[in-house]
Ligand binder design. Structure first.
Ligand code: PEP
Ligand code: MG
Length: 548
């Protein structure tokens, strides 16, 4: 029994036989040619063939994993036609008088290296895509049929890496899991695995493929990334039990997928998801969230050792918006300070950081940082259904300043002829007692409120949310908090605006009925709580005193 560990990208268990996947990786030879013209013709034919193959893969993906996830193959088709990519191939053929296979292979390697050296993890992951399309064009040039992964029995694929097109071509009835030595949680391969519900572990590291052999028995733990090769009887029994329980739990909740969040007496509520990274979208879709109620954008800043550029932010926001299609995506502007400190902001040390320069206060003190983020958000807005939300608002004037900065950003974009959506909803977090108390003044200025109960609790009860010793004094169900939420809901509705809750209290199902009675329109929770919350909502009868 041997153990390996990687990153689990889709939580589930699999027990089955290994099938080690090796490509027919023949080296591409460099051949001198006499006519560049006829070589370019060969290349054009091969590209046509590659596009037609990608079209079929796109159709399969569209059918199996939906439009948002199939889009990667549209991007592959665009990459095949990319101007810079093609210019490089043609240049190599013409200037070196060499065969098209060689020119494509060299260009593919160069572009993949260029992507992998970029700072942005989304762009790094594109290295796999450019290699994938180059291999496809080469296979068409040498008339090798598209390699299909096809087996006669249920197996667990073990590979160095899998290209997105290989992943989507997997026959879901045969492949019960996959493990790759390389890969990241941000790669499309990982995203596809999540959306295809295939337990997968990536980034297991070198040595795994040298150890595992065809037909070895494997246990895959997609939750924590554990892989066990040839487990003993006791371990098999332990995992069989875990798997059974996991399936039962999921089956029960899966029955609620596609169902409405509606009470027994017919009141509907939106159940959205909270995310901190583009990586979480798979879980959002898998759990059937109606939208994203809180994207904590500060994680884009926290994971870097320098300010993320406007373009880096734009690509992250665009990806989330595109993945969610027409569903609402609420992105909260930078909320750092207090417990979320970032060295490169060079902030002064504060006596009371939770009461200090944090969130919107940092943005208003550093308009350049704020405007960079707003530009990225407005630019991305044309790719989906965006809402922008501002944290830690305490006064009308503060909100008016924020809105005037938004107007400046829009004006600048207009001058540059850069498009942005005119349907963006603007909202604020109600997470300070001040914002709740003057919610009647703030409501006319925005489209929605979202209550941040984590901070609202800490500021209302004067209990540092980071200090575990305050637990006896910090009653998260304190009536003061509910009064503030109730009053904010009344203010929002008085002006025809909607109100949600995105703090942790939104997932507390003992409170769901009370929130519904207050008129809360949306609850935004971690993706894994969505179906449980739906279950609770569907069992509430607001007309009776008791819930079922
Ligand atoms: C909150 O305060 O409830 C909230 C959602 O924001 P964060 O937890 O990111 O401070
Ligand atoms: Mg907060």
């Amino acid at each position: 029994m041997l153990r390996f560990k990687g990153n689990g990208v889709y939580g589930a268990y699999a027990i089955g036989k290994a099938s080690v996947f090796k490509r027919n990786g023949k080296k591409v030879c460099r051949r001198r040619i006499t006519s560049a013209e006829s070589e370019i013709k060969r290349l054009e034919n091969a590209k046509k063939q590659a596009i037609s193959q990608l079209n079929s893969i796109y159709e399969k993906a569209l059918h199996e994993i939906g439009e948002a996830n199939a889009q990667i193959f549209e991007i592959h088709m665009m990459m095949v036609e990319d101007e810079d990519y093609n210019e490089s191939i043609l240049n190599i053929i013409k200037t070196q008088l060499v065969n098209a296979e060689y020119a494509v292979a060299v260009t593919g390697e160069n572009f993949a290296e260029m992507f992998s050296l970029m700072d942005d993890s989304y762009m790094q992951a594109r290295a796999t895509d450019v290699k994938d399309i180059s291999n496809r064009i080469i296979a068409c040039l040498v008339n090798k049929n598209d390699k299909k992964i096809d087996f006669n029995e249920k197996i667990i694929i073990c590979a160095d890496d899998l290209a997105p097109s290989e992943t989507v071509s997997l026959n879901k009835d045969q492949v019960i899991a996959f493990v790759t030595e390389q890969g990241t949680g941000n790669s499309h391969t990982a995203i596809l695995a999540r959306n295809m519900n295939i337990p997968a572990v990536v980034n297991v590291g070198e040595g795994f493929l040298e150890t595992v052999k065809d037909a070895d028995l494997l246990i895959i733990d997609g939750y924590n990334g554990d892989i066990i090769i040839n487990p003993d009887k006791k371990t098999i029994e332990e995992y069989e039990l875990k798997q059974k329980r996991d399936i039962e739990k999921k089956e029960l909740l899966q029955k609620l997928k596609g169902k409405e969040n509606i009470t027994l007496d017919g009141k509907r509520i939106n159940v959205f998801a909270n995310i901190g990274s583009v990586d979480n979208i798979g879980a959002v879709l898998l759990n059937d969230a109606g939208g994203i109620g809180l994207f904590r954008s500060e994680f884009l800043y926290l994971e870097k050792d320098r300010f993320p550029t406007e373009d880096e932010q734009f690509y992250a926001y665009k990806k989330v918006l595109e993945s969610m299609g027409a569903k609402k995506v609420i992105i909260r502007t930078l909320d750092i300070g207090a417990d979320k400190q970032i060295d490169y902001f060079n902030m002064d040390k504060e006596e009371n950081p939770a009461l200090g320069l944090r969130a919107i206060r940092i943005c208003l003190s550093n308009p350049d940082i704020f405007k960079t983020q707003l530009r990225a958000l407005y630019r991305a807005s044309v790719y989906g259904n965006l809402g922008i939300m501002f944290p830690m608002i305490t006064s009308e004037n503060e909100l008016k300043t924020v809105l005037s900065i938004c107007d400046e950003v829009k004006k600048d974009l207009k001058k540059l002829n850069i498009k942005y959506s005119h349907k963006i909803e603007i909202g604020i977090m109600i997470e300070t007692p001040a914002s709740a108390i003057i919610s009647d003044k703030l409501a006319p200025l925005v489209d929605f409120f979202s209550v941040g109960t984590n901070d609202l609790t800490q500021y209302t009860l004067a209990c540092d949310r980071q200090n575990p010793k305050l637990a006896p004094f910090c009653d998260i169900h304190n009536e003061a908090i509910f009064r503030l939420i109730r009053y904010s809901a009344e203010s929002a509705h008085k002006y025809g605006k909607w109100i949600g809750i995105c703090g942790e209290l939104a997932a507390d199902t003992t409170l769901t009925e009370e929130f519904l009675k207050m008129g809360i329109d949306e609850l935004s929770v971690s993706p894994s709580y969505i179906l449980k919350l739906r279950d609770t909502i569907r069992n509430i009868d607001l007309n009776s005193n008791k819930s079922n």
